[in-house]
Design a protein. Sequence first.
Length: 254
Amino acid sequence: MEVIPIKSSVISKGDDVVSILLSKCKVEDGDIIAIADKAIAAAQGRFIRYEDIKPSDRAVELAKESGLEPGFVELVLRNSDIVFGTAYRTLLTLKNGILVANAGIDHKNAPKGYAALWPEDPNKEADRIREEIERRTGKKVGVIIVDSKLSPLRMGTTGFALGMSGFKGIRDFRGKRDIYGKKILMTVMNLADALAAAAHIFMGEGDDLVPFVLIRGAPVEMGQFNPDELKIEPEKCVYFRPLYLSRLTERSTS
């Protein structure tokens, strides 16, 4: 498998990310195109000046707890489905079924005083980009929109597939056999996040200016599949279920 970083100048509102991508590389059938979510945020004009947002009382309180700017916290509150609590410069939130810091809103790689939001519908945007690439080139490709995330009790960020299109994002090992012949009961491999993590190595988190990564020869099944198969219900999540249930228990006994 080849992982090929593609540099670009800074992307601005109104830019056509597909035109920029295709001007810098030639795609082939079966390629996976990873695109940084900040590049899409820039092109779509999804940079919000949080310093102009009037914070609510709750935002002011959470800002004091976390060390974040009150206007930024208010923006997070408005874009979160659930806010669980705070850590240093972080609110732990649930957004679109994803457990993520700050509802995916980020200061990095946005102008000073602004924050970058996720696309309105990341999977739909991945579909649109893939269809446009295929229309212009005649090649069947997959697309991943890449953001970074924190993992429980692990230092640093890794990439994950915020949106995807054009290939099967998981490989299900349940019912198959391991090397000792035992039936596998639980294991599902998340291919989309693994590929996003590989792309994220080259995209970086600073001024790398690598908004695209071309992944060639990935061991995936091409085609149209449901991207929601990457998600798991909260009551089945090994991290979310015990912590959330313990929190509910504490509330009921307090």
